[in-house]
Design a protein around this ligand. Structure first.
Ligand code: C5P
Length: 226
């Protein structure tokens, strides 16, 4: 594995604020960002577009291994290009989130994406956002955070995000979906969602994004990385 002295892992359930916190920290520190959830979302989307049955694990993992995807940094965030098509918005839909969580439960898919994720650490400092960054992908990272929040709060945040983007949404359905996804992510046999033993737990239910960023930056400073 490459040098992990400057890797910060941020794991936790969906809607805990990981995406926003990680993007902000990456920008503040001038470090790279790994959005591992995007890789699972892209795999789910690509496999579904190719009409591959998710029960066919080897076919789905072949899609994961051969993904033709480019992450292009732009002033407004990272643009995701799959086989030449801009899929930045499509992969954020609830439908693709559900596809992602289904393909993420397949061990060969996780294996196929492992090296691709580790390669992100070769360029120096890295903020890795996901579910198993601290437990599986970067187990020796010096700073590990497990960021969580109540399901209701996460549902509210997701609801607001979707409305802001002009999507239709139902709050009770979103909370139910978040709970179902938590359940699937926490109970799957391979790389279940759980804090690494050496992770610091941050509950963002009552915190602003700024407050969470301050806490994480404090940990990074304490570890002597900045
Ligand atoms: O973080 P995001 O919501 O984009 O992730 C989508 C789905 O991908 C998650 O619900 C989870 O099932 C899966 N995932 C995972 N491991 C990761 C990142 C995401 O299993 N490291």
């Amino acid at each position: 594995m490459s040098d992990l002295r400057a890797v910060i892992t941020v794991d936790g359930p969906s809607g805990a604020g990981k995406g926003t916190v990680c993007a902000r920290l990456a920008e503040q520190l001038g470090w790279s960002l790994l959005d591992s959830g995007a890789l699972y979302r892209i795999t789910g989307l690509a496999a579904s577009r190719k009409s591959i049955e998710f029960a066919d694990e080897s076919a789905v993992s072949a899609v994961a291994a051969g993904l033709d995807v480019v992450f292009e940094p732009t002033p407004t965030g990272v643009k995701v290009v799959l086989e030449g098509e801009d899929v930045t918005d499509i992969i954020r839909t609830e439908e693709v989130g559900s596809l992602a969580s289904q393909v993420a439960a397949l061990p060969p898919v996780r294996e196929a994406l492992l090296q691709r994720q580790r390669d992100f650490a070769q360029a120096g400092g890295l903020i890795a956002d996901g579910r198993d960054m601290g437990t599986v992908v970067f187990p020796t990272a010096p700073v590990k955070v497990f960021l969580t929040a109540s399901a209701e709060e996460r549902g509210h945040r997701r609801y607001k995000q979707l409305l802001d983007k002009g999507f239709d949404a139902s709050l009770p359905a979103l909370i139910e979906d978040i709970q179902a996804r938590d359940e699937r992510d926490s109970n799957r046999a391979v790389a279940p969602l759980k804090p690494a033993e050496d992770a610091i737990l941050i509950d963002s239910t009552e915190l602003t994004i700024d407050e969470v960023c301050e806490q994480v930056t404090g940990l990074v400073r304490k570890a002597g990385l900045i």
